[in-house]
Design a binder for this molecule. Structure first.
Ligand code: AP5
Ligand code: MG
Length: 217
């Protein structure tokens, strides 16, 4: 199974990806997570990405496309994979099509998490993440069991620097201009499944589960 998770910042892609990963044994490949780890380690290209991330802008296409192609070529994914946060521009989507074609892989589905802006602004202002494994938490709806310690890996739970209100507004604008057109791009290919993402985390996951179980058959 090869799927893409699409939706506004804060729509719940990372949250649902962790649950999908556990049940369906499908690795989550998140460009946001990869970029944040590179930034934390201050690798060469982590430094190059820093200004874009902090400003709520997209890292240049050629950098992210190179990163994804490298990641998909390096690891074997016998059960498929789940892309979270990639593609995010039409150029990235077309590059992904060409790359998957060269591997003889077909994209099965794009899960589009549909939620309104007011809700995502609320979610992002109260989000915390594990700095090690990037699992998302929330001070309003999903606290770790132990204060500031990740349930999954024991890492430290922190606030993301791009969750400051002014950066969130810029990220939403970036989404409108550069990522939203992908809904039409994939709708024309008839592979978009809309998942209403307003309910609580478990309700949303039940919808996801139903769709993926059908796809698995
Ligand atoms: P990235 O990390 O991908 O950020 P994003 O797309 O803005 O999405 P988020 O991670 O903010 O939201 P999410 O949908 O994962 O929500 P989550 O599950 O955490 O990208 C960051 C940056 O990296 C970009 O701005 C860019 O600079 C760069 N980048 C990344 N990919 C790139 C690319 N392809 N090209 C160029 N640049 C790229 O949930 C949010 C919160 O809500 C959490 O607290 C969670 O607990 C809570 N929550 C989730 N679901 C629910 C629910 N149903 N009810 C209540 N609360 C919920
Ligand atoms: Mg995320």
């Amino acid at each position: 199974m090869h799927i893409v998770l699409l939706g506004l910042p804060g729509a719940g892609k990372g949250t649902q990806a962790k649950m999908i990963e556990q049940e369906f044994d499908l690795p989550q490949i998140s460009t946001g997570d990869i970029i944040r780890l590179a930034l934390k380690e201050q690798t060469e290209w982590g430094k190059k990405a820093e200004d874009f991330v902090k400003a709520g802008k997209l890292v240049p296409d050629e950098v992210v496309i190179g990163l994804i192609e490298e990641r998909l070529s390096a690891d074997r994914h016998p059960k498929g994979f789940m892309l979270d946060g990639f593609p995010r521009t039409l150029v990235q989507a077309e590059a992904l099509d060409r790359f998957l074609l060269s591997l003889g892989i077909r994209l099965d589905m794009v899960l589009y998490f549909d939620v309104d802006r007011e809700e995502v602004v609320k979610r992002l202002s109260s989000r915390r993440i594990c700095e090690r494994c990037q699992t998302p938490y929330n001070v309003m709806s999903k606290l770790p069991k132990k204060d500031d310690i990740c349930d999954l890996c024991g890492g430290r739970v922190i606030q993301r620097s791009d969750d400051r209100p002014e950066v969130v507004l810029q990220r939403l604008e970036t989404y409108d201009h550069q990522t939203k057109p992908l809904i039409d791009y994939y709708s024309l290919k008839n592979i978009v499944k809309v998942i209403p993402s307003r309910g609580d985390i478990q309700d949303v996951y039940r919808e996801v589960q139903a769709v993926l179980r059908l796809l698995e058959k």
